[in-house]
Design a protein around this ligand. Structure first.
Ligand code: 6PG
Length: 253
């Protein structure tokens, strides 16, 4: 069985996007209230795009403390920003350019350096922003993740060898669709977050959602997301949750 987590099931993709925006906003306000800033890490892919667009609309445009928000990326494809595969490029278009986040608080992964260099640059940026000492991990307030039909999350793919070094926050990898060089945050960093939310939508994710939640022996990257101290929430729509066993939903969540 996976560690304790919460499953929220929304009626459809539009409600899922609205719920995601609501949870983003709540986390932002709570984090600023408690710690004076909000550090959020977002993912790429198509699932979060509707939520991203909602974030640039009212009430979220005014209600989220954008001036105290730092935006990071869980992964990036090493392509130019104007390439439709660029996670940063899409997020800029969807919301980042339309909300009042100070430019120096927007932290895209460097996709134009060599992947190894890019990982080192991002690692250093994270160390500086979180004022980390040797051996410490950053604790992001919120990390939003998607899942692939093969059980990947961020750019952590099944069968991929990843270093077991807890001091590596960002690594270069190659894989996925498009099959390109990528940068990804490591499991260790993600698992130190205060709140982690997986978002999945549509019936083409139903099978993998069931496998991840009900068959731990599959040992997929998304199953290794197990917060050290934080919370883990699965935000699903009815279609992506359609294969989950009813008993499990009733008993556990
Ligand atoms: C990326 C991702 C990746 C994504 C999943 C789901 O490829 O950049 O961050 O992990 O979240 O592949 O993608 P979809 O939302 O497009 O299904």
């Amino acid at each position: 069985m996976m560690n304790k987590h919460t499953v929220i099931i929304e009626p459809n993709a539009a409600d899922l996007a609205r719920k995601g925006a609501e949870m983003f906003s709540k986390s932002a306000k709570d984090s600023v209230g408690l710690r004076g800033r909000f550090t959020v890490t977002i993912s790429g892919g198509s699932t979060p795009r509707h939520m991203h667009r909602i974030l640039a609309e009212e009430p979220y445009l005014s209600e989220i403390p954008w001036g105290k928000t730092h935006i990071f990326w869980a992964d990036e494809r090493c392509v130019p920003e104007n390439n439709p595969a660029s996670n940063f490029g899409l997020a800029r278009k969807d919301f980042v350019d339309q909300v009042p986040v100070p430019p120096n608080q927007i932290h895209p992964m460097p996709a134009d350096a060599s992947p190894m260099e890019g990982a080192e640059i991002y690692q250093k940026a994270v160390i500086d922003i979180f004022h980390l000492r040797k051996g410490e991990s950053p604790v992001f307030d919120l990390i939003l993740l998607g899942i692939g039909k093969d059980g990947h999350t961020a750019s952590l793919f099944p069968g991929q060898k990843t270093p077991d070094d807890k001091e590596r926050f960002v690594i270069p990898v190659k894989g996925g669709d498009p099959f390109v060089s990528r940068l990804t945050m490591t499991l260790s960093v993600i698992n130190h977050a205060k709140n982690i939310i997986f978002m999945a939508s549509g019936e083409n994710k139903a099978d993998i959602v069931k496998t991840i939640l009900e068959f731990p022996q599959a040992r997929l990257p998304a199953q290794s997301i197990q917060p050290v101290n934080g919370t883990l929430t699965w935000l699903l729509d009815r279609e992506s949750a359609s294969m989950l066993s009813k008993e499990l939903l009733e008993e556990k969540y």
